[in-house]
Write a protein that binds this ligand. Structure first.
Ligand code: NAD
Length: 441
């Protein structure tokens, strides 16, 4: 064995030992819906965790023990910060003291639907400034296949250090599902793929200290593609069921009953549900990372484009339903009072990113409706000239039409049915109710 190999082995062994003994100093870059729960899990597992974020507001809240992510109770966060297990900073020079780094920064799309890599690039530039031997770096932000090897590796290699020997680099897709009481960061299986076999082994060892089930794969590209397959699968199936919903509507068939009956098939079918459109940071965005990359490989992602088109039609379809329902009641949409129930992008969370409610509200505003909304998780909203404060659910009584856009479990649906004149239900929230005032998607 050469001297260099001996030194390299020592670097890997030292890091392994630190990880096994929980002495490794863990860093999480980006303390949002993904990064904060991950930081909490590693702090729970006994590691000393440092969160790094460019937002002073977020780092201040973490250090003050105040949670801003629905799935993390403030008491949990406060306990960990008080015990000295979790702290946060905006100062990247702490990277010099860290052994591991998970990158959990945003990966939005540009207006052109091209990937916006600027957050990853900027986080990596900061890591590179304070990079040192014996580090494990894991990218968790959703991205196109090839990012870790082509972009992150090339930036870190400029240090002169060798991957798989002096440092370890992996990609691990994040699958967190905000608001899901059953599956959270700890018990969602964690896929990890490294640049080299030694990197994968290090990533696997790291996650298995804090998470229940780790699934190693052979490369970073496989790990990157796993996430895109999962979210593209979901986006396309939602597109299919939205198209089926529009067909059923035309033919006077209750699509919800069709799906429930089809779901009794014990094999070969998985239910997806129609709705007012896609929302959130993942499903409307991630498939376009794949279509962008596949175009470079000479393959048009036709399923993705088609599902994107159909899903994009859903807010228009909902607004047409509202207009038709009002017309049937002898009221033009212009000047009618329309009350939207739920504006977050999905049930029981506060996240408004890409919420279809925003499109529904803007389209209704364009048609001259007078708008109000209720949402226990979103106290106010501002968009393109529309500024609304949430109203109590009782406000539905004053509306000519109520539109259920997000079916929060806190809503009193029986009360709504009593007080509303007309309800367009885009989520089948009134599943067990019938009557002329209910119009279903
Ligand atoms: N939210 C989800 O449900 C979810 C699920 C799976 C995967 N993801 C993916 O995980 C990634 C993060 O998503 P999120 O929902 O946590 O985003 P988020 O916006 O909630 O959090 C990102 C955080 O990164 C910070 N940040 C931005 N640039 C930074 C920089 N250069 N250095 C340090 N911090 C920086 C922001 O201030 C913010 O606090 C994205 O790629 C997303 O697609 C999200």
């Amino acid at each position: 064995m050469s001297d260099t190999q001996a030194v390299a082995q020592t670097t890997a062994q030292m890091l392994e030992e630190k990880i096994r003994s929980r002495a490794a100093r863990v860093g999480i870059i980006g303390l949002g819906y993904v990064g904060l729960p991950l930081a909490v899990e590693f702090a729970h597992a006994g590691f000393s965790v440092t969160g790094i974020d460019i937002s002073e507001e977020k780092t201040g809240k973490v250090n003050g023990g105040e949670s801003y992510v629905g799935d993390i109770p403030t008491a949990t966060l406060a306990g960990l910060t008080a015990a000295g297990k979790l702290r946060a900073t905006t100062d990247f020079s702490v990277v010099a003291e860290l052994d591991t780094i998970n990158i959990c920064v945003p990966t939005p799309l540009r207006k052109t639907k091209d990937p916006d890599m600027s957050y990853i690039m900027s986080a990596c530039q900061e890591i590179a400034r304070h990079f040192h031997p014996g580090m494990l770096v894991i990218l968790e932000s959703t991205t196109y296949p090839g990012t870790t090897d082509e972009l992150v590796l090339s930036m870190l290699e400029q240090s002169g250090l060798e991957v798989g020997k002096d440092f370890f680099l992996c990609f691990s897709p994040e699958r967190v599902d905000p608001g899901n009481p059953k599956y959270q960061t700890k018990n969602i299986p964690k896929v990890v793929g490294g640049v080299t076999a030694a990197c994968t082994a290090m990533g696997r060892l790291f996650y298995s200290q804090a998470l229940e089930n780790v699934v190693p794969v052979s490369s970073t590209q496989v790990a990157e593609m796993v996430k895109l397959l999962e979210n593209t699968f979901r986006m396309i199936n939602i597109g299919l069921v939205n198209e089926i919903a529009m067909m059923c509507d035309r033919m006077g068939i209750n699509v919800w009953e069709v799906i429930d009956a089809a779901a009794t098939k014990p094999f070969g079918f998985m239910p997806f549900y129609p709705g007012p459109g896609l929302g959130g940071h993942c499903i409307p965005i991630d498939p376009f990372y794949l279509s962008w990359k596949s175009k470079q490989a000479g393959i048009e992602a036709r399923f993705i484009e088609l599902a994107g088109y159909i899903n994009g039609q859903m807010p228009h379809f909902v607004v047409d339903k509202v207009q038709d329902a009002l017309n049937d009641a002898g009221k033009p949409v212009k000047g009618s009072r329309i009350h939207v129930m739920g504006v977050a992008y999905k049930r029981d969370i506060e996240d408004m990113r890409e919420s279809p409610a925003l499109d529904v509200l803007l389209l209704l505003q364009k048609r001259g409706a007078r708008l109000s909304y209720s949402d226990p998780h979103v106290p106010s909203l501002k968009l393109d000239g529309l500024h609304l404060e949430a109203k109590p659910e009782e406000a539905a009584a004053e509306a000519d039409c109520v539109v259920i856009v997000t079916d929060h479990s806190a809503f009193d649906y029986a009360g709504l049915l009593d007080r509303a004149q007309l309800i367009v239900d885009t989520r089948n929230a009134l599943k067990n109710c019938a009557g002329p005032k209910i119009v279903r998607l």
